[in-house]
Design a binder for this molecule. Structure first.
Ligand code: PEP
Ligand code: MG
Length: 325
C-alpha cells in the first residue's frame, strides 16, 4: 500500500470526470516539513502555531519564531501556507502560563478570545509572521472566531502590525490573505458582510462537530457517538458552502475528518474542493478520489437524504465499494 501511494504522489488529485480537489497538509512542527515534498501536498492548509509554544518551557522570542516561520515558507517553495495564530487554552495548556480554572475550557477563554484580550503574544506572533514572509505572500487565519467583531479586531491588529513594519522601512507581504476558522456554529450565520470581508474560511471540523452535536471531542464516552455523515451535520456544512459561494469566499476543511477518505469524498461531493489533512492521509484520499465520480456521489448523497436516512454513510460506503480499479 505504501508503494501504491508513493506512485500516486505525482498524479493529480482529480476524480474520474476530471474534477480537481486541492489536497493540503496540516503541520505545526519542523519535523513535518519533509512531508511537504514526500506527501504530494499542494501546500499547508493549517499550520498549528501553538505546537511551537507547547514544546518549549518558556515563551519563544520573536526572532526565534520568525526564523521558524521562514523555514516553513521556504520549504513550501511558493506553495501556500495558511498560518493559524495561537490556539491555546482549552485542552492546550502552556507549561509557562498560569493555569486558568475554567468549568468548560473548550468553551472558555481560548484561541482568539485570549489573543484579543491579552494581545501581547498575538502581536509578537504576527510581527514574526510578517518578518518571516520577507515580502512574499502571507496567509494568516484566526482560530475559533465566533463573531464578525472578533474577526475584524484580529484583522485590524494584523493590519496595524503591517503598517508598523512599513513605517520602519521593512518589507511587508506582497499579497496578504486573512481568514477565519469556522469552528463555532454562530459564524455560519454571520452577516454577508463578514463573508465578504474574509479572504478565506477553513472549517475546523473537530471543534465545529463538537459544538454542533454538543459532544465533547475529548470525552471517550461521547466523542464517536455522532456521525460526521449525519444528514443534519451535512446540511449545516452545505449551508456554509452556499454562504461562501454567494460571497466568493474561498473555503476549505481542515479537521481530522478531511483525512478520512469516506468523509473527504463526501465533503468534496458537496462542494468543498480544498481539504487539509495529516500528510499520511493524502495518498489514501487521492487514491479513492481518482476512482470516484463526485457528481455521481453527490446524486447518491441526495438520494439517501431524500429517502430520509439519518446518515448517508451506508449509501456513500456502498457507492465507493462498488468502484472499479
Ligand atoms: C479543528 O477544530 O477541526 C481544528 C482543525 O483545530 P484543532 O483540532 O487544532 O482544534
Ligand atoms: Mg479547533
Amino acid at each position: 500500500a505504501q508503494k501504491r501511494y508513493a506512485d500516486l504522489r505525482t498524479k493529480p488529485a482529480v476524480d474520474r470526470a476530471g474534477n480537481g480537489v486541492s489536497l493540503m497538509m496540516n503541520a505545526g512542527l519542523m519535523a513535518d516539513l519533509p512531508s511537504l515534498k514526500g506527501s504530494g501536498a499542494d501546500g499547508v492548509g493549517l499550520f498549528r502555531t501553538e505546537l511551537q509554544f507547547l514544546i518549549r518551557s518558556r515563551v519563544p522570542r520573536r526572532g526565534e519564531l520568525a526564523a521558524l516561520y521562514k523555514r516553513v515558507i521556504d520549504a513550501a517553495k511558493g506553495a501556500k501556507v495558511q498560518f493559524r495564530t495561537l490556539d491555546i487554552g482549552s485542552d492546550k495548556v502552556l507549561p509557562y502560563m498560569k493555569p486558568q480554572e475554567e468549568p468548560n475550557p473548550a468553551m472558555g477563554w481560548r484561541a482568539i478570545r485570549l489573543g484579543l484580550d491579552k494581545p501581547g503574544v498575538l502581536r509578537m506572533q504576527l510581527q514574526a509572521l510578517i518578518r518571516a514572509s520577507e515580502g512574499r505572500p502571507l496567509s494568516v487565519m484566526f482560530p475559533f472566531v465566533a463573531t464578525p467583531d472578533e474577526f475584524n479586531a484580529a484583522k485590524a491588529t494584523l493590519l496595524r502590525e503591517i503598517d508598523r513594519e512599513a513605517t520602519l522601512g521593512r518589507p511587508v507581504p506582497s499579497d496578504l490573505r486573512v481568514g477565519a476558522m469556522l469552528e463555532t456554529p454562530s459564524l455560519a450565520f454571520a452577516a454577508d458582510s463578514f463573508f465578504a470581508s474574509c479572504d478565506f474560511i477553513s472549517i475546523g471540523g473537530n471543534d465545529l462537530k463538537q459544538f454542533f452535536f454538543a459532544a465533547d471531542r475529548e470525552n471517550e464516552r461521547v466523542r464517536r457517538r455522532y456521525d460526521t455523515l449525519d444528514t443534519s451535520f451535512l446540511t449545516f456544512i452545505e449551508k456554509i458552502i452556499a454562504r461562501c459561494a454567494a460571497n466568493e469566499t474561498a473555503l476549505s476543511f481542515c479537521g481530522e475528518d478531511a483525512g478520512r477518505p469516506i468523509e473527504a469524498l463526501t465533503f468534496a461531493a458537496l462542494g468543498i474542493r480544498t481539504l487539509s489533512m495529516r500528510p499520511a492521509s493524502i495518498g489514501p484520499v487521492k487514491h479513492l478520489l481518482r476512482r470516484a465520480d463526485l457528481t455521481e456521489l453527490k446524486a447518491v448523497i441526495d438520494d439517501a437524504r431524500a429517502r430520509g436516512m439519518q446518515s448517508v454513510r451506508p449509501a456513500v460506503t456502498s457507492y465507493l465499494a462498488g468502484l472499479q480499479g
